[in-house]
Design a protein around this ligand. Structure first.
Ligand SMILES: [Zn+2]
Ligand SMILES: [Zn+2]
Length: 325
């Protein structure tokens, strides 16, 4: 594969200092270690101690970029970032009703094994025929099966969701009467990637304005190392998401990690909620959420910034409230 590896050998007592040294960006390293005398750095027994020696509070590895965190750490004001145990459920999972490989029961079993209290089944909508998108009739049938499943469980909830396609002109692949019956609606682009910037931006804003849309899925459509995102003006999209209280997704698939960490941080600053979703198409893929979580931490997200840290009752209240505005 030709992947380069750097091996750094240090004395045991220098291990933690070297760890902090090597996990930050070059800018972080220069500013933090720049004028420090070697004597200040010896014999730290943990990363926390390294920062203590530097008269800073602990900076999580994901924040070591010199993007404002050094000042915060010197004032002892580093935020508590979202962590795996904060995540209460997954809001974007495909079942074998569309192009997923798992039955709804298998998805539930996996979600429960991960300590979740809810999972949303969000199959594709009808225009995505190539991925087995559901028409209104099949979606309604799936909803009845989910209702029955929920009847059997006391401590776990399956949300009736849909990943509805945003069509070329910004309208959605289902009528409002269908969308309003869903517990959670993700709107995503899966076609017409080559529209010009204005049209693509407007298309997404149209979707954000639909009162039944809760989340915009994989906003930029980027596929890492394969395809950059489509042409978009992020600013007006973020403004619309803030105004219409639509969450943005961090799609956790390692090929996507979309939205990226800078957009996540901008969203946080604008009061836009972020949903960290696996977009799993197989049972095991629910675990991919870990990568999205790392991306969220790189964007400085805290539990209160993330939609799926809410307990089930609060989540449902939040989602329903959205539809009434
Ligand atoms: Zn999608
Ligand atoms: Zn999906």
């Amino acid at each position: 594969m030709g992947i380069k590896v750097e091996l750094i050998l240090v004395e045991p007592e220098d291990y933690f200092t070297a760890l902090v040294w090597t996990t930050g960006s070059k800018e972080f390293r220069h500013r933090v270690f720049g004028d420090v005398k070697p004597a200040q750095l010896t014999k730290a027994g943990s990363e926390e101690e390294v920062f203590k020696n530097l008269q800073m509070s602990f900076v999580p590895p994901e924040m070591r970029e010199d993007k404002g965190e050094i000042e915060m750490a010197r004032e002892g004001a580093i935020p508590e970032l979202v962590k795996p145990s904060d995540i209460k459920g997954d809001l974007h999972v495909h079942s074998d009703w569309s192009d997923g490989g798992a039955t709804i029961q298998e998805i539930v079993a996996q979600a429960r094994s991960m300590g979740y209290s809810y999972v949303a089944v969000t199959d594709h909508s009808k225009s995505l025929a190539i991925s087995g998108g559901l028409n209104e009739e099949r979606l309604s049938h799936q909803g009845k099966i989910i209702d029955a499943l929920n009847q059997e469980m006391e401590d776990f909830h399956v949300l009736k969701g849909i990943e509805v396609d945003i069509l070329r002109n910004g309208s959605l692949d289902f009528e409002d009467e269908v969308l309003e019956k869903a517990d959670v609606v993700i709107a995503s682009i899966h076609s017409h990637f080559n529209l010009d910037k204005e049209k693509q931006t407007d298309r997404i804003i149209q979707a954000i304005k639909n009162q039944h849309v809760h989340i915009i899925g994989h906003l930029t459509g980027r596929l890492l190392n394969r395809r950059s995102g489509y042409e978009l003006n992020l600013e007006p999209i973020l403004e619309a998401a803030a105004k219409f209280q639509v969450a943005l997704e961090i799609n956790s698939h390692p090929d996507r990690l979309d939205i990226d960490e800078d957009t996540a941080r901008q969203a946080k600053d604008m009061g836009i909620k972020v949903a960290i979703n696996s977009d799993a198409h197989h049972r095991e893929d629910l675990k991919l959420i870990y990568y999205g979580l790392l991306n969220a931490r790189r964007g400085w997200l805290q539990p209160e910034d993330v939609l799926n840290t809410l307990e089930y009752d609060s989540l449902i209240a939040h989602l329903k409230n959205k539809g009434r505005r």
